[in-house]
Design a protein around this ligand. Structure first.
Ligand code: OAD
Length: 242
């Protein structure tokens, strides 16, 4: 069945120059990457305070490191799905297409998106907690522990609970959200701050908000238009009509 898009939304999407896609774990669900909340969510099975937390890393770096290596192996086996792909393709159609993502899975970049703001980091990067030297995926291991040349521990470049978001990335994401004509919110509960504050910033600056989610969320009430369904099905259907 064809997705129904009202004329106002169609016109706005036709005229838009700058589109932002604010994405969360739900956009990667169809690629096979588990989300955080919901019945099969990661945080239902594991305790974030034992894994996604700096003190947990200092207490048991091997466990935390291995958990992230395990997640990375899962992610490497997954491919960008039609939702990631259509967002990347839209770069040929619109003047400016930006992705502001809470995901660390790198799938937007793998799909070909060029302007990607990773609010929670990227699992493909690592850095030394002492000298801050940056590492890709080749981190030297000494007795199973990720060690920098300086002797410091190397950690994944992801934002853990209680940590600040990368300030420059966050500020740039705020700027493009403020200037966007259309702001899509795809596959996120929108309850994790400060990331979610960008949604309301876009709204206050007059951007047209469109949500894509399999379920109603806390943000549904604040958006101009919600489309309920899988991101990998709904997004291509929307843009096939524009
Ligand atoms: P959640 O796991 O909280 O929510 C996933 C959202 O995606 C839910 O609203 C689902 O209804 C929706 N969803 C699931 N499958 C979908 C599909 N195929 N198409 C469209 N929507 C779908 O994930 P986030 O909201 O992204 O932070 O979580 C935000 C942050 O909380 C994460 O970045 C992570 C976590 O703690 C850190 O690790 C710092």
């Amino acid at each position: 069945m064809e997705l129904l898009i009202d004329d106002k939304t169609k016109q706005i999407l036709k005229k838009a120059k700058s589109i932002v896609f604010f994405t969360g774990a739900g956009i990667s669900a169809e690629s096979g990457i588990p989300t955080f909340r919901g019945k099969d969510g990661i945080w239902n099975k594991l305790k974030p305070e034992e894994l996604a937390n700096f003190n947990a890393f200092l207490k048991n770096p091997k466990l935390v490191w291995e958990w992230y290596q395990h997640r990375k192996e899962i992610i490497h086996k997954c491919q960008p799905n039609p939702a990631h792909k259509i967002i990347a393709e839209l770069q040929n159609k619109y003047e400016k297409v930006s992705v502001v993502t809470q995901n660390i899975d790198n799938l937007h970049r793998r799909a070909g998106s060029k302007s990607v703001y990773e609010l929670h980091g990227n699992i493909e990067r690592n850095y030394c907690i002492d000298c801050k030297k940056e590492y890709g995926n080749n981190v030297p291991l000494i007795d199973g522990l990720p060690k920098c040349d300086c002797g410091g521990l190397v950690r994944p470049d992801v934002v853990w609970f209680g940590e600040y978001l990368p300030q420059n990335v966050f500020t740039s994401a705020e700027e493009i959200a403020k200037k966007s004509d259309v702001f899509f919110i795809v596959g996120t509960t929108g309850i994790v701050y400060p990331a979610a504050s960008i949604i309301y910033l876009a709204k206050n600056k007059g951007s047209y908000l469109i949500e894509v989610n399999i379920d109603e969320t806390d943000i549904s009430i604040s958006v101009d238009q919600s489309f309920f369904g899988k991101a990998g099905e709904v997004l291509p259907q929307i843009f096939s009509q524009i």
